[in-house]
Design a protein around this ligand. Structure first.
Ligand SMILES: Nc1nc2c(c(=O)[nH]1)N[C@H]1C(S)=C(S)[C@@H](COP(=O)(O)O)O[C@H]1N2
Ligand SMILES: [Mo]
Length: 395
């Protein structure tokens, strides 16, 4: 007998809601007891309100994180301006700040719902089982993002046997999808959520904790708050020449090559190649600009950079900066950040420099001596240090 598709669909939906037999009652012990969790501080309303705060923080964090990903791996349709010069500093500061504020929010939210782990019966129907599975994915993905993000800010990679950036990006999509499903499922419950006596106090405590986390870390990018930035691993102003260092020259294995008096910067276009010594570079027109190094890890620090405009070097080998792409390479032999690409509008921007000096002095070895890239509105990972070669290609 051939069934009508609508009949089949109805049958499938009924099957999803069909109750499964409950396990025997004698298994209801320990946390599975009927009255195992009775804190008056928990209420569905509290859980819903924490969920809204968490959803907003996650939304902002997801949006700014996606932006940072697109800037670092631009697809063809994506365009990122070079002005305002400090925009990325703000978006990435917001990304890390909202991510960190999520720590107490997520903790409180999990505390408010964890008794449901022990709800009886554990699995009521296929639909209930699917919903629980989606919550499991959501909790796993959210914890992965927050814990991994904190480890990355602390530059502690030992517990992460994978490349953090890629994993963080992929799991963000998993979390976003699971969150949308979760919101869809919980929306009716949010509307008529019963209140509890302790809700306001808990919300206040969570808000205070989130505020404290923000206050003790935001100084990594908001300079006036640097003195109270007790939990941030880096602070603006800390480091040689008043700028923090992410990778040192020793760590990158470039000390000898960088200090070699025979150092030359190669600038190569299809028709023409020049090799410039430090004295040659210093003899070219020098320009000074104030720009921040804005690391993806959330810290940023402003410096006064002096050097040669990248577009002048492109013109030096006979290319038109408005019609080409440049790849800059480091003396560093390996590593993900040894090279980066510069295209319009950053390439034509007058503030994009091959910097030789910071704060009026030659660059500190750890800031990229003899020469480094510094461009407006660009993530720190793309501000390549210890430049060895600039390759000009057609756009
Ligand atoms: N060659 C090279 N350049 C590099 C890096 C690197 O690892 N190798 N790290 C980048 C990162 S992640 C940041 S945040 C900035 C930091 O610059 P600073 O150490 O001068 O503050 O340098 C960038 N330039
Ligand atoms: Mo960075």
């Amino acid at each position: 007998m051939v069934r009508h598709p609508a009949t089949r669909l109805r049958r499938a939906l009924t099957w999803l809601g069909e109750p499964w037999p409950a396990p025997p009652d004698r298994l209801r012990r320990g946390p599975l007891r009927p009255d195992a969790f009775r804190s008056p501080l928990r209420s569905t309303r509290l859980t819903a309100q924490l969920g809204i705060a968490l959803g907003l923080a996650f939304g902002v964090c997801f949006g700014t994180g996606l932006l940072s990903h697109l800037i670092q791996h631009p697809p063809g349709w994506f365009w990122w301006p070079s002005r305002p010069a400090g925009l990325y500093r703000v978006t990435q500061g917001v990304h890390v700040a909202t991510g960190l504020a999520t720590v107490p929010l997520l903790g409180a939210k999990l505390w408010s719902v964890y008794p449901r782990l022990f709800a009886w019966p554990p699995l009521r129907s296929p639909a209930h089982a699917a919903e629980r599975l989606s919550v499991l994915v959501l909790v796993g993905a959210a914890l992965f993002q927050v814990v991994g993000g904190v480890f990355n800010v602390a530059r502690w990679y030992a517990p992460m046997p994978f490349f953090f950036t890629t994993a963080h990006y992929r799991v963000a999509w998993v979390a976003a999808g699971a969150l949308l499903i979760h919101i869809g499922v919980q929306l009716p419950a949010i509307r008529h959520a019963p209140d509890g006596p302790g809700r306001r106090r808990v919300l206040l405590a969570v808000a205070a904790a989130a505020g404290l986390v923000t206050l003790s870390t935001i100084g990594q990018t908001v300079r006036p708050l640097a003195p109270v930035s007790l939990l941030a691993p880096r602070r603006p102003g800390d480091g040689p020449q008043g700028v923090p260092v992410n990778k040192t020259a020793a760590g990158a294995g470039v000390r000898d090559a960088a200090l070699d008096p025979g150092y030359r910067l190669t600038v190569a276009a299809p028709g023409r190649t020049v090799e410039l010594s430090l004295a040659d570079l210093a003899a070219l027109p020098q320009h000074t600009t104030v720009l921040a190094v804005a690391c993806v890890e959330g810290w940023s620090s402003t410096g006064t950079w002096t050097g040669v405009r990248l577009r002048d070097l492109v013109a030096l080998v006979g290319a038109d900066p408005a019609a080409c792409i440049v790849q800059v390479e480091s003396l560093q032999a390996g590593g993900r950040y040894r090279s980066s690409e510069v295209a319009t509008p950053h390439l034509t921007d007058e503030r994009t420099l091959v910097a030789l000096r910071l704060g009026g002095e030659p660059l500190a070895l750890d800031h990229g001596y003899p020469a480094r890239l510094i461009a407006p509105n660009r993530p720190g990972v793309l501000q390549t240090k210890w430049l060895s070669r600039i390759t000009v290609r057609g756009a």
